[in-house]
Design a protein around this ligand. Sequence first.
Ligand code: HEC
Length: 125
Amino acid sequence: MKKLLFITTFVLALAMLLAACGGGGDTAGGGDDVSAGKELFAKVVIGTQAGCSTCHSLDAGTVIVGPSIDGVGSRLSADELRESILDPNAVLVEGFPADTMPPVWADELSGEQVDQLVAYLLTLK
Ligand code: HEC
């Protein structure tokens, strides 16, 4: 009887774990974050602010207001990406003055949205 209870608990826990990870059947782990981040990045307006894509191009060498984010996933780690979004003046890309990327994203984005953007930017190798 005890053993049966153990097995039932185990199966239930497993089912809950699978349900928590599930959804979409996208690439292993983080796949949903990547597509959500990609969508968010492409938005022209996020909250009350001009969106990322109004300043950052995906084409290498094309400068809009900020640098192209082509290959940014090989240049910066997840932590560095997070910092460049939440505290843009902490480390400046050479040739770009401080305060050009508005330091508003810590207020404007949820923690989840920042995670999604970082997951997406990491795929740009
Ligand atoms: C008004 C224009 C503007 C907007 C909007 C903007 N950025 Fe930027 N961004 C810049 C500029 C200019 C730089 C370079 C100066 C610096 O490092 O802060 C930069 C730098 C960066 C970097 C570092 C790039 C590197 O090669 O090191 C990342 C990553 C980045 N931005 C991501 C984002 C994301 C994600 C958003 C949207 C949430 C966003 N930016 C919105 C202008 C902008």
